[in-house]
Design a protein. Structure first.
Length: 229
């Protein structure tokens, strides 16, 4: 990624990503006492305004990931995790960080960023965490979340600063969710019954999400870049 390096600093970032990450994983049965303790830490704020903002943005991120997965199931921005079991992607403690950084650099190597691409990247991060959990590497789940935060603050920092940070993302997500809801649920009344009262706990299953193996990383990057150029 070319260009000046600018760090994005917002003390709400970790809380937003932890809440969204945890709820998406939990809906797929990826949870344990140690993961619950990790993801619930550092998500509370003294300011009611900040707390409401964090819950609101986390919910929008979570909802965007799930709805995008449903819409793109055939185009496959978010791949089905079963695909990667079938490919027997060789992930272990010695290469998990390298594989994650490859995803980051490949996804944004053309120096094009928008929040649609970020949502896709977050989807892949969550799916990667799900995959390593199922491979018996529970401890790597928290590392993947931490690396995702680092990518937001460092690799994607100047883009977040340019596009308004989490406030800019919130506005984008409102527009995106409105559009995706029409594609996923033609009957608005049905959708409202499903999403009302979502709070900080997802009511949508993450059925379309998954992580790609190294052999199809280029295909993922191609699809994502064309969808959100």
């Amino acid at each position: 990624m070319a260009g000046e390096s600018i760090r994005f600093t917002d003390n709400r970032t970790t809380a937003v990503t932890k809440l969204a990450f945890y709820n998406l994983l939990k809906e797929e049965g990826v949870e344990s006492p140690s993961l619950t303790e990790y993801f619930r830490a550092d998500t509370a704020f003294e300011s009611d305004k900040d707390q409401r903002f964090v819950y609101d943005v986390a919910e929008k991120l979570q909802r965007s990931v799930v709805l995008m997965g449903k819409v793109k199931r055939e185009g496959s921005i978010c791949f089905n995790i079963q695909d990667f079991h079938e490919r027997e992607w060789d992930i272990h403690h010695g290469n998990v960080y390298r594989e994650f950084t490859t995803i980051v650099t490949t996804a944004f190597e053309d120096d094009v960023f928008n929040f649609g691409r970020f949502i896709s990247f977050f989807c892949i991060s969550v799916s990667f965490a799900m995959y390593v959990f199922l491979k018996g590497m529970e401890d790597a789940v928290t590392s993947i979340h931490a690396w995702t935060d680092q990518a937001i603050e460092n690799n994607l920092g100047r883009y977040f600063v340019r596009d308004g940070g989490w406030g800019g993302f919130s506005e984008y997500a409102d527009r995106l969710v409105t559009r995706l809801k029409k594609d996923v649920y033609p009957q608005e009344s049905l959708l409202e019954r499903q999403v009302t009262g979502m709070g900080t706990s997802s009511v949508f299953p993450l059925t379309a999400a998954g992580i790609i193996g190294a052999a199809v990383l280029a295909a993922y990057a191609y699809v994502m870049k064309n969808a959100f150029s």
